[in-house]
Ligand binder design. Structure first.
Ligand code: MLT
Length: 408
């Protein structure tokens, strides 16, 4: 008889964004006349940059000819993309990363979810609270999370590090044994970022405790402040304690095209084993590489045209986030994020719970947001809104919310 992985049975009913989508769908079906503006899931709305489209077309043509056709590619990614990344994402910022430390993938979600495969199931995992649910749910699937407490909205073995308005959204170093720490900066969901000194504290702590930091930099392109590092490797000592995840999803509109990468430094060793070698073994065994066509599209992001074009989109989204933050603040809500991020994190009015405020906004403003409680226990009493929508829709959504808040 086949037995299942019982850890799956401990997971909450559905993944956060599936649950949000289900509720929006149910509401729309019940009220077909209402126009819902969705500022919930962080999905981009601008089309791919012309430079990317051109590169994708050219690569499709290459696949049409025997002389230029590409079959299986290197599982770690093509050199043309790895070298562009080395030069522009790292060397340009004064960071030396070897191309063999870059592993191209189909996105940061898969990498963040799969990286746990190279770590022992006994490791104790710490996450910021609130947190991108993928980190927690994938550790739960691997048996590292213990049991789910539905009342608290948290797992028994996961160490939650509250990041709230009260501590300036900076997680405190753990006061108990922790082996793996997920940090996301700029943060999904709070939209806040860790500065150089704060990241240095974490890197020093990880090196001292032989812990590993899993650093999600999917939103680095939105950083505007000089003292906020784009990569954890800008911080001294990070190569011996950190793995970094990057994504083209939010940077270049690849949510539906799929491309990202992980950086696993060769200097990162635990239990006497190279994590770079383990991840290489993982990828060569479980992954056959991101498609050639998509990697050509991603490489076009690094051309001067591509950079100019994606920068315009990033500014557009960040400006939407600023519109949301300003509108909510003027309406009397406490709002955070948006300066280095496409996300706005706002306190609910009065004592409304996250899901209560979600339902209220959906019903009265016909605006969909993401309830903060879905990101962890400390997310209760907050909502997250995204700047990835259309600018005019965003402006209308903010107007609608303001009008609802005036009549509360
Ligand atoms: C989000 O809304 O948090 C993200 O779009 C989800 C993701 O990147 O998987």
């Amino acid at each position: 008889m086949a037995h299942i992985n019982h850890n799956y049975l401990k997971l909450p009913g559905s993944y956060l964004f599936s649950e949000v989508a289900r509720r929006i769908r149910a509401y729309s079906e019940a009220h077909p006349d209402r126009e819902i503006i969705k500022l919930s899931i962080g999905d981009v709305t601008r089309p791919l940059a012309p430079a990317v489209i051109q590169a994708l077309h050219a690569a499709v043509e290459e696949q049409a000819q025997a002389e230029t056709f590409h079959g299986y590619g290197p599982e770690q990614g093509y050199d043309f993309l790895r070298c562009a990344i080395v030069e522009q994402d790292f060397r340009a910022r004064g960071v030396e990363i070897d191309k063999d430390e870059i592993f191209i993938s189909d996105g940061a979600k898969s990498d963040c979810g799969n990286i746990g495969d190279i770590f022992s199931a006994d490791n104790v995992v710490a996450v910021c609270d609130p947190v991108y649910p993928v980190y927690v749910d994938t550790n739960a699937m691997a048996g590292r999370a213990g049991d789910y407490d539905a009342r608290r909205g948290g797992w028994s073995r996961i160490v939650y590090m509250p990041t709230t308005a009260e501590n300036g959204f900076v997680p405190a170093l753990p006061d108990k044994t922790v082996d793996l720490v997920y940090l996301c900066s700029p943060s999904n969901p709070t939209g806040t970022a860790l500065n150089r000194a704060q990241l240095q504290t974490w890197v020093d702590w990880a090196n001292e405790h032989d812990a590993v930091i899993l650093f999600d930099a999917a939103y680095e392109a939105f950083i505007t402040q000089d003292d906020v590092p784009h990569s954890i490797y800008e911080v001294e000592g990070a190569k011996t304690c950190a793995i970094e995840f990057r994504s083209f999803s939010k940077t270049a509109g690849f949510t539906g095209t799929r491309c990202g990468y992980a950086v696993v430094p060769k200097a990162l060793v635990r239990d006497g084993a190279s994590l770079n070698a383990l991840w290489n073994r993982h990828q060569t065994t479980k992954f056959n590489g991101t498609s050639y066509i998509v990697q050509r599209g991603a490489a076009a992001v690094y051309t001067s045209e591509g950079q100019r074009q994606i920068r315009a989109d990033i500014d557009y989204y960040r400006s939407n986030a600023q519109t949301i933050k300003a509108g909510l603040t003027e309406a009397g809500l406490e709002a955070f994020g948006a300066d280095n991020s496409p996300y706005v994190w706002a306190k609910t009015p009065g004592n409304l719970g996250s899901w209560e405020f979600f339902d209220l906004l959906l019903d009265r403003a016909n605006v969909a947001v993401t309830p903060g409680a879905g990101f962890g226990p400390s997310g209760e009493g907050y909502i997250r809104m995204t700047g990835f929508g259309d600018a005019e829709d965003t402006r209308r959504a903010v107007e609608r919310i303001r009008s609802v808040l005036e009549h509360l």
